[in-house]
Design a binder for this molecule. Structure first.
Ligand code: 6YU
Length: 495
């Protein structure tokens, strides 16, 4: 088919769209990618001999419904354990709990069991939040406000007979969990996450798994099935000129940063929401319709970074999966620090242990979200190493622990991403996600339809912020064009 289709962005959604179009007989498909590589937010790196993920980490819900799992299985990229029916059938609530080591800011290791009531209360409240959507209500301004108010109220009732020190530690633990939730949502604070739409995110069955050889194996396999030369790298798109009034062939011109102008019948835009937020007023001519612009503004796109830290020997227990750092001055329930520049490290809620040890050695992955994380990106590697070393020494009470090396992600300062992934901000609803998906020109216009289509994780109605969500949106937009041409016929212009 001679139709010219330009895909902007060579992340998983752009690759998925091109893959499907090419396999359905569209021969003039081209991907324009701003950076020098494919994969976008799927990026595997090396720390010494270890393979580490700078972006996406897990297949969330690896089971038959998850296309990332199915592709990874097809390409032989998973450990045998991930393929077992038991793993695939495991519901999120049945997943074995992580074994944590909990340390507090005065340098003591705490008994994790003493803090279980805090974790239970937090999980109970998150579940309630996820039900607001189906109940049609928004009982508070933000998820953060609901969590803080209800923790205070229920803790006062339930823990009234508990000694003051334990009660205070439990509240401090909840601050730690709030910071962790900021990482899960990719938000600066849970005060920025909208309660009404919180339950729109859907989980799939299956015990989350990783790619032993790196997530980028998925990208490499998919790319190997595309015709060579289909992707132009280092080719940032500056502006998409579309038409909302005239009827003419080849109405779209894609203008690149280097001045090249490429004519197309259809453009699939897969740039991250962070990029779209920053360039929304210049990336399209004419500008996007107002309702689309408002949704781009309302939807949230924050930063979640990882700091990998390698040690010569472990200072955590052999069975430990995660390390929580509880600040004893945080019983007032905080998930952000008052001045991001000074105690930015307080936002780092803890580490996950990279396992199995035989594969990774002694490597931890620290998680830090929000503006504090964005500030961390501006520091030198030496400054970050120093802050991490001081933090660990303080919490363990061991003054000699010294990391061998560190490696951190810097997603906020990546000019093609501007953050990590999307969340539903205050005031968001399912309509905002629908507005993101709507092709240009929008319904009702007399001009040539399906000029500009939108894919990418932030356009999936229930799997936003994930790789499988992004992949499905690429297929969705390819299918939109495929069914359009199967109804109008292959050689006819799209009128
Ligand atoms: C998942 C996980 N995961 C951690 C971290 C990050 C992300 N995700 P891309 O950005 O890939 O591609 C766009 C391309 O466009 C890119 O190559 C650009 O260079 C290019 N571009 C931009 N501008 C351009 C221009 N002008 N011209 C040309 N090209 C241009 N997902 O499934 N498992 O473990 C994690 C994680 C640190 C940063 C993740 C995870 C998110 C995924 O990585 C991400 O969604 C997809 O890769 C995006 O693909 P894409 O194609 O859309 O864009 C209740 C509730 C809670 C809701 N949240 C639940 C949490 C779930 C998410 N958890 C994530 C956790 C981790 C650890």
């Amino acid at each position: 088919m001679n139709t010219n289709i330009v895909v902007i962005g060579c992340g998983i959604s752009g690759i998925a769209a091109a893959h499907k179009l090419v396999s359905c007989g569209f021969s003039n498909v081209r991907i324009l990618e701003a950076s020098a590589r494919s994969g976008g937010r799927i990026r595997t790196a090396r720390l010494g001999n270890n393979v580490v993920e700078m972006g996406a980490n897990w297949i969330h819900g690896p089971s038959e419904e998850n296309p990332v799992f199915c592709l990874a299985r097809k390409y032989g990229l998973l450990d045998p354990e991930a393929l077992t029916p038991e793993n695939q059938a495991m519901d999120i609530e049945e997943q074995p709990p992580w074994t944590p080591n909990v340390f507090c800011s005065s340098g003591r290791k705490l008994n994790a069991e003493d803090l279980y009531p805090a974790e239970e209360l937090f999980a109970e409240l998150l579940k309630e939040c996820s039900e607001f959507h189906s109940q049609g209500g928004e009982p508070c301004a933000s998820v953060g406000e609901f969590l803080r108010t209800e923790v205070q109220r229920r803790a006062a009732e339930r823990w009234k007979d508990i000694d003051a020190t334990t009660r205070s530690l439990r509240l401090c633990m909840i601050s730690n969990l709030l910071k962790g939730e900021c990482c899960v949502n990719g938000a600066h604070s849970m005060d920025e996450v909208g309660p009404g739409a919180y339950g729109l995110y859907k989980t799939l069955p299956g015990l989350d798994c990783t790619f032993p050889g790196g997530y980028e194996g998925l990208i490499k396999n998919m790319m190997s099935e595309l015709p060579s030369g289909l992707v132009s790298y280092n080719r940032p798109v500056r502006c998409v000129h579309w038409s909302n009034s005239e009827k003419r062939e080849n109405p779209i011109v894609v203008e690149c940063d280097d001045g090249e102008r490429i004519a197309a019948d259809h453009v699939i835009v897969t740039v991250p929401l962070g990029y779209l937020k920053k360039h929304r007023s210049t990336l399209f001519r004419p500008p996007l319709p107002l309702h689309k612009l408002h949704s781009i503004q309302r939807l949230g796109f924050g930063t979640n970074n990882k700091i990998f830290v390698e040690f010569d020997s472990p200072w955590w227990d052999a069975d430990c999966d995660s390390i929580c750092l509880v600040w004893e001055d945080e019983d007032v329930l905080v998930d952000q620090v008052p001045d991001v520049q000074r105690p930015w490290i307080k936002k780092l809620f803890g580490f996950t242990v990279l396992k199995p040890t035989e594969r990774y050695g002694h490597v931890l992955c620290g998680w830090i979200a929000g503006h504090e994380s964005e500030y961390m990106e501006t520091l030198s590697e030496q400054e970050v190493t120093q802050a991490i070393t001081q933090l660990i020494r303080r919490f363990t009470g061991n003054p000699v622990i010294t990391p061998r090396r560190i490696l951190r992600s810097q997603w906020f300062h990546d000019p093609w991403t501007h953050g990590s992934y999307s969340y539903l901000g205050k005031g968001c609803s399912a309509q905002d996600l629908e507005n993101m998906v709507e092709p240009l020109p929008t319904k009702g216009s007399q001009s040539q339809p399906l000029q500009v289509l939108f894919a990418g994780e932030a356009t999936h109605p229930s799997f936003f912020s994930t790789v499988h969500g992004a992949l499905l949106t690429g297929w969705r937009e390819a299918d939109r064009l495929i069914s359009h041409y199967s109804s109008v016929g292959p050689s006819q212009p799209a009128t």
